[in-house]
Design a protein. Structure first.
Ligand code: ZN
Length: 320
């Protein structure tokens, strides 16, 4: 059968695990060059048994601000038919609205369909995976990407099973946010809900706050903005372009923090393009704090997993 839903996870043959496209991108760029591309099979067991391949698109391109933004995503391979039980096959006619759908539910459903990957629940807790250590050789994806798959109840038709996409991978949430921002109308964008354990339901839009609107001591959310990076050995300091009440806002990552982080090679790879890009956009799930001297502000994060970096446009790219 053909798939009709956006495929948001696939089984990576080389890594022998299921992952999102964002996790695949991180793993791809964590390889020592020359990097090998991955092969993917459908995440549904029945399809995997049949060898149903899925195509990974643009996971070998670094996340970058680009006039023609195309999000990394999975795509069904036209040469393969999926099993009838496949989680990405939906036998509900695409445009038949579920019974008793309200107008706003319908608008939300239509907005979501425009996105490759939509996150219902973002769990920022770091507890399951413990402290990252340099000798953790097991990829942290399985726990990170834990799909919320309710145990199928045999007498429930497939379409009635609640399906929600849950992740604790900040970069994945960032990609989804960036795509929603680019591809949806303002009204549609404002509709998208996001559930955050411990904070309840918010809108995706309000969970992200541009640094120029950030406030000291605000509830933890994703602060973001453009800026430049200075390297200190393997560590770095990011300085936002926007000042707050005239004060400089920075985020500092020490060499020790970088060395202890499993995906530091991926971050270093992104930062190595500093000379070629106009700026970086940094997304940090953290809080804004005043420096002891009171002269500057810093964004404080608990863990590097709460940091995502996107390359700005190339220096030679035309300004829009
Ligand atoms: Zn399948």
């Amino acid at each position: 059968m053909k798939t009709s839903k956006s495929i948001t996870r696939a089984f990576c043959v080389e890594l022998q695990q299921e992952l999102s496209i964002v996790a695949a991108r991180r793993e791809y760029f964590s390889q020592e060059p020359p990097r090998a591309r991955f092969s993917f099979l459908c995440s549904s067991e029945a399809c995997r048994a049949l060898g149903v391949k899925v195509t990974g698109v643009r996971y070998d391109v670094k996340p970058q601000e680009n006039p023609a933004f195309v999000a990394a995503h999975f795509r069904a391979n036209p040469n393969y038919e999926h099993h009838a039980d496949c989680e990405w096959v939906d036998d509900t006619p695409q445009d038949a609205p579920p019974a008793e759908e309200t107008e706003s539910e319908s608008a939300l459903r239509k907005a979501r369909r425009k996105l490759d990957d939509y996150i219902d629940v973002f769990d920022p807790s770091l507890k399951e995976r413990g402290k990252p250590t340099p000798d953790t050789d097991k990829p942290d994806i399985p726990q990170a990407e834990e799909p919320a798959q309710p145990t199928p109840v045999s007498d429930t038709p497939k379409r009635n099973q609640p399906k929600e996409t849950r992740t604790s991978n900040l970069e994945r949430l960032v990609d989804s946010f960036r795509q929603a921002q680019t591809e949806l109308s303002k009204e549609e964008f404002a509709l998208l809900p996001l559930r955050v354990p411990g904070q309840g339901e918010v809108t995706l839009r309000s969970y992200f706050r541009h640094i120029k609107y950030a406030q000291v001591g605000d509830e933890r959310r994703v602060l973001y903005g453009g800026g430049l990076v200075e390297r200190f050995g393997t560590g770095f300091r990011f300085t936002f372009f926007d000042r707050l009440r005239g004060k400089r806002v920075t985020l500092y990552v020490s060499p020790a923090q970088m060395q202890a982080y499993r995906s530091s090679r991926y971050i270093a790879e992104l930062l190595s393009h500093a000379d070629e890009v106009k700026f970086f956009t940094l997304f940090a799930l953290g809080t804004l704090a005043e420096s002891p001297s009171g002269k500057s502000l810093s964004v404080e994060i608990e863990d590097l997993r709460h940091l995502a970096i996107v390359l700005g446009p190339a220096k030679d790219a035309p300004t829009l």
